[in-house]
Design a protein around this ligand. Structure first.
Ligand SMILES: CC(C)(COP(=O)(O)OP(=O)(O)OC[C@H]1O[C@@H](n2cnc3c(N)ncnc32)[C@H](O)[C@@H]1OP(=O)(O)O)[C@@H](O)C(=O)NCCC(=O)NCCS
Length: 134
């Protein structure tokens, strides 16, 4: 398996990125992806034999706080370590900061635990879909 992690945004096909989200977390607007990724602190795109199969990014000040969002691997390529490789790359970029992320599905809890994340007892949130709140 030949996985490459792309760490810059040069020449990114935003429609292809939107397609990966459409198959995982849901529809995204390619133009908005281009804007939000361009202003992110760190990004990672995973290619398997040249095909885009995964994506993730971090929003951060680079010193104290960070939020990792949009971590996805195409269903056909999950459980091969690609999500772990992308997360390790972001965590390395964020080694000086605390990191938050929201976990959409119970099954993802073990994925994030395997990377050292723990459940934070008092995260407050605003503006997320209604089903997210306790
Ligand atoms: C979450 C996600 C990114 C994980 O990517 P991945 O490439 O499959 O993850 P990895 O192969 O690196 O998994 C590493 C470990 O995490 C755990 N894990 C990953 N997916 C899991 C699942 N569905 N159920 C239980 N454990 C899981 C396992 O311990 C796994 O190790 P193993 O395969 O040796 O058992 C991927 O499942 C995904 O894109 N899901 C849909 C979108 C989504 O929910 N994104 C997260 C938003 S919070």
């Amino acid at each position: 398996m030949n996985v490459t992690l792309k760490r810059d945004l040069e020449g990114v096909d935003w429609q292809a990125v939107a397609n990966v989200y459409a198959e995982t977390l849901g529809p995204e607007d390619p133009a908005q992806l281009a804007r939000t990724w361009a202003t992110s602190f760190a990004t990672v795109l995973a290619y398997l034999d040249g095909r885009l199969v995964g994506a993730a990014r971090a929003i951060s000040d680079g010193e104290r706080e960070a939020l990792i969002v949009g971590v996805v691997v195409l269903p056909a390529f999950q459980r091969r370590g690609i999500g772990t490789a992308m997360m390790r790359a972001l965590i390395e970029d964020l080694r000086r900061t605390a990191i938050l992320l929201t976990c959409l599905e119970d099954e993802n809890v073990s994925f994030y635990r395997s990377l050292g994340f723990r459940v934070h007892k008092r995260v407050m949130a605003l503006g997320y879909p209604e089903g997210c709140y306790v």
